[in-house]
Structure formats: C-alpha cells, structure tokens
Design a protein around this ligand. Structure first.
Ligand code: C5P
Length: 216
C-alpha cells in the first residue's frame, strides 16, 4: 500500500499557518485543507438562521451538512466569522463530526497538508510531520490589520489585538481539544520571519525527516 503523507500544522489565529500550508501543499504536491473553514461554515450557518452560537443541536446539524469540498473562503474568511467559529468550536459533538470528515480527507492519496488547532494532537496524531506555528499577538494583529486594509477595509489595531487575545484564550482554554503543540511538533515562531523564511524553515524540517526515512 502506498504511504499517504500527512503534514499537520497547528497554531493560533494569524500566525501564518494558512499561507505556509498552501506553499507546502504546492511544493510537495499534496491536498490542502484549511480546517478552520469547517468551523466557520458551522458558525455562518447559525448566523444565517439567526440562531445563537451555543444552540448545540442546530450546530450539530450544520456540522453534519458541512461538505469540505464546498467551503467558500470568500464568504467565510470575514474576521467576525472567525470569532463566531471559536464559539461553536467549543461544542464537543461539533468537533467530533468535523474531525471525522477531516480524517477522511487526510486519508486520500497522495496525502495532505491540514492546518488548524488540533491537527497534530487529535485529527492526525500519526502525521509524518507536525508543525506548531506561532507569533506574538501584536505581530498577528498587525498582519490581520494589513490583510483587511489590503482589500480596502478599515479596522482598529487595538480592537483586532483584543479579539486575537480573546480568541487565543478561548482556543487554548477550552476543555475539548484545546490548542497546544503536540509533544512531537516542531515549533516555528514567525514573529520576525517573512512567509518565505517560514516556508524555507518548514521545508528544511520536512526534507530532513524525508532524508532520514529514505536512509532507514
Ligand atoms: O483558523 P481559523 O481562524 O479559520 O479558525 C477559526 C476558529 O475555528 C478558531 O479560532 C478555532 O476556534 C476553530 N478551529 C478549531 N479547530 C480547528 C480549526 C479551527 O477549533 N482545527
């Protein structure tokens, strides 16, 4: 049986996981899944229905209806939906439903890069490579602000920073699959790194693992 290769990328909001995941998927010709979009889709469905984000049964139904192949980033990427997603992401049954779909995705050859909060710890604990990508809250807030301004939006740095700190607390403090580095994750702090440098650092880690494996 051919080995399905998995790269798990975890870390807090705005650390640069998404861009890094895309670069790695292109480079190693793997499938790509931004698992945050699935949580965002559940939150978006509840918001559209005018339901509160702690409505467990509606959130479960929305989670069952998520089709990972049809997640629309242009609709789901809004900053406010990220905040809402972190509220539905505390519901254990929602996580269970989405994790199952993500595992199915990861199984398809030739393998995948998945990014999220619990990929190395829960979704793909046997991933070939685990990266934990982080950056200071201030740097992440500045990146988010630049991103919003680059598409013609306006935002306030202090508000974004407060949102990021609140989201970190929710993601790291929840009982079900809290955000934390897997014991065997490689840590990558991108606070003072441009995306190209982060990509090269990740590539060095991955190529090293591949070289050792080919020798064994
Ligand atoms: O990564 P993104 O900002 O799109 O994620 C939105 C929210 O979805 C996160 O703040 C987190 O609460 C939740 N999430 C999660 N597990 C994942 C991916 C995202 O709990 N694997």
């Amino acid at each position: 049986m051919t080995h399905v290769f998995t790269i798990a990328i975890d870390g807090p909001a705005g650390a640069g996981k998404g861009t890094l995941a895309r670069r790695l998927a292109d480079h190693y010709r793997l499938n790509l899944l931004d698992t945050g979009l699935a949580y965002r889709a559940v939150a978006y469905a509840l918001l559209q229905l005018g339901l509160p984000l702690d409505n467990v049964s509606a959130a479960e139904t929305a989670a069952r209806q998520v089709d990972l192949a049809k997640l629309d980033r242009s609709v789901l990427s809004a900053h406010a939906i990220g905040e809402a997603a972190s509220k539905v992401a505390v519901i254990p049954t929602v996580r269970r439903i989405l994790v199952e779909k993500q595992r199915e995705f990861a199984k398809a050859p030739p393998g995948a890069v998945l990014d999220g909060r619990d990929i190395g710890t829960v979704v793909c604990p046997d991933a070939d490579i685990k990266l934990y990508v982080t950056a200071s809250a201030e740097v992440r807030a500045k990146r988010r602000l630049d991103e919003i301004e680059s598409i013609g939006g306006t935002a306030n740095f202090d508000e974004i920073l407060a949102d990021i700190v609140r989201r970190d607390e929710r993601d790291m403090g929840r009982a079900s699959s809290p955000l934390k580095p897997a014991a065997d994750a490689h840590l990558l702090d991108t606070s003072e790194m441009a995306i190209e440098a982060a990509f090269l650092a990740a590539k060095t880690i991955i190529d090293d693992v591949l070289a050792k494996r080919n020798k064994a």
